[in-house]
Design a binder for this molecule. Structure first.
Ligand SMILES: *Cc1c(COP(=O)(O)O)cnc(C)c1O
Length: 219
């Protein structure tokens, strides 16, 4: 099926309250334009350089989401245009985002990445670390970053019970931190292989790549 057909099918399937991030990493501009022409405006990339190159080539009304691990020394390249950074996993990184956002007189929305998978290769904060960060004076003094929610990735496994448990853990934390914090409204969880489960568990934002654009080729 074509990219536009995949998108149409997916849109029909997703509930109204769930935002779709089309994950276009490794894909050429022509593929992104096909999705754009089918109405998609939110794109997710995991490498800052690739995202910046695509931002320069794509129409100006695209919203760019950084979904990958962020190196502090590269924040400056995306501070001008990024609309949501999903993978914030330290106060140090947040400080750099604050600094670079200030240079552009912007307020950049961020999600805290929470470690829910059993693999230790997946980045992220523990629940305690996330709460401590939100409560820290340093964060509360920041004027150019806004934390609007949390993000997580489940373990890559066929064990549906385990995936469900991990998503439920993330959802519980989301409910907890959203209490008395009206700006917290985004729970980013679910990819091509597990978005149905993620939505059942309360996801408000899914990040879907291969189900839209086809399998990726890494060289
Ligand atoms: C690549 C990626 C996705 C999309 O993965 P698919 O399985 O292709 O849907 C989602 N989230 C993150 C963080 C990714 O790196």
């Amino acid at each position: 099926m074509s990219i536009s057909e995949n998108l149409r099918n997916l849109k029909n399937e997703l509930p109204e309250h769930v935002t779709l991030v089309a994950v276009s990493k490794t894909k050429p501009i022509s593929d992104l334009m096909e999705a754009y022409n089918a109405g998609q405006r939110i794109f997710g990339e995991n490498k800052i350089q690739e995202m910046t190159e695509k931002w320069q080539q794509m129409p100006g009304d695209v919203e760019w989401h950084m979904i990958g691990h962020v190196q502090r020394n590269k924040v400056k390249y995306m501070a001008e245009f990024v609309s949501l950074i999903h993978g914030v996993d330290s106060l140090k990184l947040l400080k750099e985002i604050e600094k670079q956002a200030a240079k552009h007189q912007r307020v950049i929305s961020c999600l805290l990445q929470i470690h829910i998978a059993e693999e230790d290769t997946k980045f992220g904060l523990s629940e305690e670390e996330a709460l401590a960060l939100l409560e820290s004076e340093e964060f509360q003094a920041m004027k150019h970053v806004k934390i609007t929610g949390i993000m997580g990735m489940a373990t890559f496994t066929d064990n549906q019970d385990q995936v469900k448990r991990e998503f439920q853990t993330l959802r519980s934390l989301f409910v907890k931190i959203a209490h008395n914090r009206p700006e917290i409204n985004t729970l980013s969880m679910g990819m091509s292989g597990d978005y149905t489960m993620a939505i059942d568990c309360g996801s408000t934002m899914v990040r879907i790549g291969s189900s839209i654009f086809g399998a990726r080729n890494y060289h």
